[in-house]
Ligand binder design. Structure first.
Ligand code: SF4
Length: 337
């Protein structure tokens, strides 16, 4: 099993692991790369609480000199994160109530595994930005406890989440998929990942090969918020995943100043479709502390969604949902007549 990027366009390109080690973690460096004044984008306190992390492959898609670039705003620590807003908490989905030994069991027949706390990027609006990964890792005991629990529950769908499950190396992922395939009731494995979008070289030959070999159906749910996130490298990575027989879906978060208009969301759906990926969910922001400035608000979200419905064929319109802790599923937003 090799770890070469599938496209192999540039043999000199560093491995995904090296690209991750070289990711930008320093606000001053990010400002310099984007030719922005340091004080235009600095928020040291926010960066201390939830550090900046962004791969250079993703920075390369940002516009130089534009402090409002929609890709930059997703990763940039700002002073607004310190503003306390009622209703915005550190555990907005009450996951501490549902998490046990690295499994989050909220929905019938499905279980979510916290496979790792590591991510290829730190998204400022992430609802798990304060998640206690040290206490909640299914990877503990090499997943033995988690797999035993999934077997006991008769789980039909295992959802690999985190952090980002593609942070695990190929050998570990292959072993995990093998063991999941042996669970008698299991029908599918779903993988929630942002890697193909922010660091597409993660989709290397080894990963494609293990997905091709998988003895269980694999669904990959990407996380893409803006059409400019999908460049030719990302499109190539998604083609490789499709070639491996994976079903590709996308979820987005509706984010103020980033994708809160129908033009952007319609173009995102079109671009995803060109990459053989169907839009799945458009989430209203989870009210996590530090992210209130991204909130679009219900009425405006509904207006944008109505326009999307009018412009796109139904299969390109993601479902507009919010997550309400304790509900048996995501809650679809009902549009007023
Ligand atoms: S990659 Fe996913 S889990 Fe990681 S910070 Fe972004 S949204 Fe959160």
């Amino acid at each position: 099993m090799t770890n070469d990027p599938v496209r192999l366009a540039t043999p000199a390109r560093a491995s995904w692991q090296q690209q991750l080690r070289d990711a930008v973690r320093d606000v001053a460096e990010l400002a310099a790369l984007l030719e922005l004044p340091r004080d235009a984008i600095a928020a040291d306190a926010a960066a201390r609480d939830f550090p900046l992390l962004v791969p250079r492959a993703y920075i390369a898609r940002m516009k130089k000199g534009d402090p409002r670039d929609p890709l930059l705003l997703q990763v940039l620590p700002t002073a607004l994160e310190a503003v306390e807003v009622p209703g915005f908490t550190h555990d907005p989905l009450s996951e501490s109530e549902f998490a046990e030994a690295g499994l989050v069991r909220k929905y019938r027949d499905r279980s979510l595994l916290i496979t790792t706390g590591a991510c290829p990027v730190h998204c400022r609006y992430c609802f798990r930005r304060s998640f206690p990964y040290a206490d909640q890792l299914a990877a503990r005991n090499d997943f033995a406890d988690a797999l035993e629990r999934l077997a006991r529950d008769g789980t039909k769908e295992a959802i690999l989440s985190g952090g980002d499950p593609l942070s695990l190396g190929n050998a570990r992922l292959a072993s995990l998929l093998e063991r999941l395939a042996e669970l008698p009731a299991l029908r599918r494995v779903r993988v929630h990942t942002r890697f193909p979008i922010v660091l597409p070289d993660r989709i290397d030959r080894g990963l494609v090969a293990l997905l091709e070999r998988a003895r269980v159906d694999v669904v990959i749910v990407l996380h893409t918020n803006h059409p400019r996130e999908i460049d030719e490298d990302v499109a190539g990575a998604l083609r490789a995943l499709r070639g491996a027989g994976v079903t590709l879906l996308n979820q987005s978060v509706l984010l103020r100043g980033i994708n809160d208009d129908a033009d952007t969301l319609a173009e995102l759906s079109e671009r995803l479709f060109e990459c053989r990926t169907l839009p799945y969910y458009l989430h209203l922001l989870d009210p996590v502390a530090g992210a209130a400035h991204f909130d679009v608000g219900g009425p405006r979200a509904e207006a944008i969604y109505r326009e999307l419905l009018a412009r796109l064929p139904g299969y390109l319109v993601p479902r507009l949902v919010r997550e309400i802790p304790g509900q048996a599923s995501k809650t679809p937003i009902r549009l007023g007549l």
